[in-house]
Write a protein that binds this ligand. Sequence first.
Ligand code: ADP
Ligand code: MG
Length: 165
Amino acid sequence: MRDPSTPVGRSVIVRTSLEPNETESIAAAIGAMLAPGDVVVLTGDLGAGKTTFVRGLARGLGVTIGVKSPSFAIHLRYPGRIALHHLDLYRLSDVRDLAELGLEDVLEQEGVTAVEWGERLGAWLPERALHIRFEDEGGTKRRLHIEGPAVLMERFDAPTEERAS
Ligand code: ADP
Ligand code: MG
C-alpha cells in the first residue's frame, strides 16, 4: 500500500541498524548500486551516523582511501571505481557560500555526491537525490529512512523491513 506521506514517483525503505558496522554494510550495498551523477543527502543529528554511512558508501563505490569527517574542508573528493564527493554542510553559515564551492559542478560531476546536513542545500537540492534520514533510537540503534525516486529505489533489492511504494 502506498504511504500517503511519500510523494508520487518516490518510495521509501526503512532499515534498522544495531551497530556502526551494520550502518556501513547497508550503505555499502547502496553504494554498489549507485551510478555517476547520483546524489545522496544525509539528514540527522550530530552523531546519528551520517559519516559512518558515507564510509560504507565509499566502500560500495570502490573507494579505498579512508573517509574522514570533512567538517573543516566542507568538500573532499575520493577516487574510486566511481569517485565520491563528500560534503558536510554543518559549518555552512550562508547558503550563498555554496556558489563559491562550485556546487553546481560537483553535483553534475562524474562521481557520486554524498552531502551531510544536505537539507541545507535548499534550492540546490536535486530532485533526483536519494535521502537518508537517521533516527537515533538510543544506544547503538539507528533507524534509516531511505527515500528516493522509485526508479532509483528499484535498484535496491536488499532485504527490507517495511516498504511503501
Ligand atoms: P554524524 O556524521 O551523523 O555526526 P558519525 O557517523 O560521525 O555521525 O558518528 C556516529 C557515532 O555513533 C560514531 O561514534 C559511531 O560509532 C556511533 N554509532 C553507534 N551506533 C551506530 C550505528 N548503528 N550506526 C552508526 N553509528 C553508530
Ligand atoms: Mg558527520
